[in-house]
Design a protein around this ligand. Structure first.
Ligand code: FAD
Ligand code: SIN
Length: 532
């Protein structure tokens, strides 16, 4: 198979880019691959909304830029922040034209929400299911575009580069090029090669590396792992954002239901088991301090009291208003016996977002030629050491757009590489025992949660690395002799991503934003990105 534009991922970044290149180049082919159902993405689960300066009477680009820089704790790239904030409004208007609906006041103005770290009300939302609405609108627009082929249940295994032509490729090889990908087509159970002129990685996040996460099961960091294997550049992986308020349900592991920060934006109050509203002890912005601060405060409260959760108190809300804004959360809580007007919601932090990722320039170009990256898998410089709430959907659309601008400019200069060999599966057998994979996944999640969570230190990081080395050796040996499966490939990718998180965390000898190491509690004067 071959296609002019190849897109890996059907979340907001992949779909936005695919629509744009397809509309701009109707004579070119566009192929979108996704590893499960087309809408099973982090995007679909986004709740709070998308930040944008829509109310210019009260808000301004400067305020949004400043809030983003403050949350990023000194590590944002100011130029990129300005690009995203200023261009973001046009991207929001575009998705509205494609059919996404955001809640409005009775006078027709958009209802704007507020979340941690925002100085103004600037978050557009569709009740508490914003991502689902945006994904719906994008997929509906995509279905009308004749030159896009969307293939679901197609697992991308690896990027094809000079390495597959028999050349030695290292980190210092100049001009590494991407010629396409090898995929495991789950419909035919065959490994196929797909050649492309230009490829966009939009593979999303990696929350599944942790035991508790708000991310769905697809979020295993595949794109980052593929780029690392292909010797591309990866940046700032230590900055894993833990969302302060995932619903605490004992025994639920895998994907934890989120209680959007917008609930605190509307007045929700965090309380410990003694009923104390504890956030005022930690930050003058209280419950609406940036996420790193709130998550660490909750972690501390839980450790001091020896509990596994704190509470979010919404009992003082007008019940009808709560249901109008948060119908999904209301129903979910009710389904587990919590009426939010009578009882507090048990919550605990959970891995939520990867601020680092595949290093890109201001047009989404990675360090590998003809390979772009956008969305959560990319590290653009916007988030620095901590992402401002609701900036992620915005960033994904802005960089999908910028990647599209650059890709259509260059597509005419690129041709298919005809010499790519087929995938070699000689000497591999079907796995005898899935336990060899499932047990390693459990071990990985446990060690990352216990040693590389919200609070870190050198001893924990060194222990984590030793255990990862063992998991890596065992998994590579299994991979060499086993017929590939999504489970095995995801394990392999998650081990790579975990290694990158620990490695970057080890290099960062300071505490900044989301990375808190008790051996280096202060910030270093040297502000640096960690690039591997
Ligand atoms: P995704 O939407 O995650 O899409 C990834 C795609 O890549 C999927 O289609 C997947 O199948 C595909 N893929 C991955 N690996 C492979 C492979 N090997 N082969 C083939 N396909 C592959 N951000 C905000 O700005 N506002 C919010 O309110 C908000 N709320 C959130 C709530 C939750 C519960 C979560 C989890 C996240 C939230 N975020 C929010 C973050 C935001 O939703 C994500 O960062 C964003 O949607 C990521 O979009 P994406 O296009 O990069 O990736
Ligand atoms: C939320 O709704 O709390 C999540 C928002 C985000 O991750 O940006």
């Amino acid at each position: 198979m071959q296609t002019d534009f190849l897109v890996i991922g059907s979340g907001i970044a992949g779909l936005t880019y695919a629509l744009k290149v397809a509309q701009q180049c109707p004579d070119k082919s566009v192929m979108v691959l996704t590893k499960t159902q087309s809408d099973e993405t982090n995007t679909k689960y986004a709740q709070g909304g998308i930040a944008g300066v829509m109310d210019t009477d009260h808000d301004s680009f400067e305020k949004h830029i400043e809030d983003t820089l403050i949350a990023g704790d000194g590590l944002c790239n100011r130029h990129i922040v300005e690009i995203v904030v200023r261009e973001g409004v046009e991207r929001i208007e575009e998705i509205i034209e494609w059919g996404a609906r955001f809640d409005k006041e009775s006078d027709g103005d958009y209802k704007l929400g507020k979340e941690g770290g925002h100085s103004e009300f600037r978050i557009l939302h569709h009740k508490d299911v914003t991502g689902k609405e945006m994904e719906r609108a994008l997929l509906a627009s995509l279905a009308k575009q004749k030159n896009i082929q969307l293939i679901s249940h197609c697992f991308v295994l690896d990027l094809i580069t000079q390495h597959h032509l028999g050349f030695l490729v290292t980190k210092s090889t100049p001009d590494i090029e991407c010629y396409g990908v090898y995929v495991l087509n789950l419909a035919s159970n065959k490994i196929e090669k797909i050649l492309s002129k230009i490829t966009l990685l939009a593979t999303g996040g990696n929350g599944q590396v942790y035991r508790s996460t708000t991310n769905p099961s697809i979020a295993t960091g595949d794109g980052v792992a593929m780029v690392y294997r292909a010797k591309g550049r990866i940046e700032n992986m230590e900055f894993i954002q833990f969302h302060p308020t995932a619903l605490y349900e004992p025994g639920i592991r895998g994907q934890n239901f989120l209680i959007t920060e917008a609930v605190r934006g509307d007045g929700g109050i965090l309380r410990n088991h003694a009923g104390e509203a504890f956030m005022e002890k930690y930050d003058k912005r209280k419950d609406l301090a940036p996420r790193d601060i709130v998550a660490r405060a909750i972690d501390n409260e839980m450790k001091v009291a020896g509990t596994e959760n704190v509470f979010l108190d919404c009992r003082h809300f007008n019940k009808e208003k709560f249901i109008e804004h948060f119908p999904n959360i209301y129903e979910k809580c009710l389904s587990i016996g919590i009426d939010i007007s009578k009882a507090m919601i048990p919550v605990a932090p959970a891995a939520h977002y990867s601020c680092g990722g595949i290093k890109t320039d201001e047009y989404g170009q990675t360090s590998i030629k003809n390979l772009y990256a956008a969305g959560e898998c990319a590290s653009t410089g916007l988030h620095g050491a901590n992402r401002l709430a609701s900036n992620s959907l915005l960033e994904a659309m802005v960089f999908a757009h910028r990647s599209y601008l650059d890709a259509v400019k260059h597509i005419g200069e690129v041709s298919f590489n005809p010499g790519i060999p087929d995938w070699k599966a000689d000497g591999t057998n079907h796995p005898k025992e899935m336990i060899l994979i499932t047990q390693s996944v459990k071990e990985l999640k446990l060690l990352m949660s216990d040693y590389v969570g919200i609070v870190r230190n050198n001893e924990r990081l060194s222990r984590a690395m030793k255990r990862l080395d063992l998991l890596y050796e065992e998994t590579e040996s299994l991979y060499q002799k086993t017929v590939v499966s999504p489970q095995l490939c995801e394990l392999r990718n998650m081990i790579t991503v975990a290694y990158l998180i620990v490695k970057c965390a080890g290099f960062r000898q300071e505490s900044r934003g989301l990375h808190f190491n008790t051996d280096y509690p202060g910030k270093s004067d040297r502000v640096q990105n960690i690039v591997l």
